[in-house]
Design a protein. Structure first.
Length: 231
């Protein structure tokens, strides 16, 4: 069977990976073994292509492993010059990630606000940074902190505020099967770390009341409801 090399040995170059940190051959072998452990036959026609499909999916889902999000933000950052620039916020950025406890997905929206010092990031760079920190085995709490640190380090921002709201597969697919519950996490840095100052300068405010009709099915997000930065 492919991929039975010693896990501790250096990973050989794999042209299939196309820059991804995921070793697809080893994932295929591992998924075939997992299916066997579950009592399935990985060679039956319905499952024959499953190991390869999982390897392809994991190559995308974990593409952020080893990638520095702060470097993505620093690249092509624009100097402000003499322009006085206050708070910049990008709200409702969709993301998906994989919980490192059960390797089940969680998805939601990220909102990022920062007070620039002397550099600005293109808005697409902020969305890309969110995708990078999401594309690795994650905890939502850590993801908030990693994203805030990336903005602070990559742009030298005077203040950073990150709010994530997400629905977790490990809640609605197993255990208590708590469908419809969202986890909200916040991370802040610098001038936006003080709650009083943050309240004056950021677009955070009380959330509007949630009606039962606003609850969405797992995996479907409502940006106006779920964004941590709302007016």
């Amino acid at each position: 069977m492919q991929g039975e090399a010693d896990p501790a040995s250096p990973r050989p170059a794999d042209p299939e990976n196309s820059g991804s940190p995921v070793d697809r051959a080893r994932v295929r072998a591992a998924v075939a073994e997992l299916l066997t452990a579950l009592g399935e036959d990985p060679t039956r026609p319905e499952l024959a292509d499953t190991p390869a499909r999982v390897a392809d999916a994991y190559s995308e889902l974990f593409a952020g492993v080893g990638v520095d999000a702060s470097e993505i933000l620093a690249q092509d950052a624009l100097p402000i010059g003499d322009a006085a620039t206050e708070l910049i916020a990008l709200r409702g950025i969709p993301f998906r990630s994989m919980c490192e406890h059960h390797l089940l997905p969680f998805s939601g929206v990220a909102s990022v606000a920062y007070l620039p010092a002397d550099r600005l990031a293109g808005l697409g760079r902020i969305a890309r940074a969110v995708d990078v920190v999401a594309s690795r085995p994650q905890m939502q709490e850590r993801m908030s902190e990693q994203l805030a640190s990336a903005v602070e380090d990559g742009l030298g921002a005077r203040g950073v505020l990150v709010v994530l709201s997400a629905s977790h597969g490990c809640l609605w697919a197993r255990g208590t099967r708590t469908v419809g519950a969202d986890a909200v996490t916040l991370a802040s840095r610098g001038e936006l770390a003080d709650p009083a100052r943050r309240g004056r300068r950021s677009p955070c405010s009380e959330r509007p009341p949630r009606c039962p009709s606003e609850r969405s099915a797992p995996g479907l997000r409502h940006p106006q409801r779920d964004a941590g930065l709302v007016q």
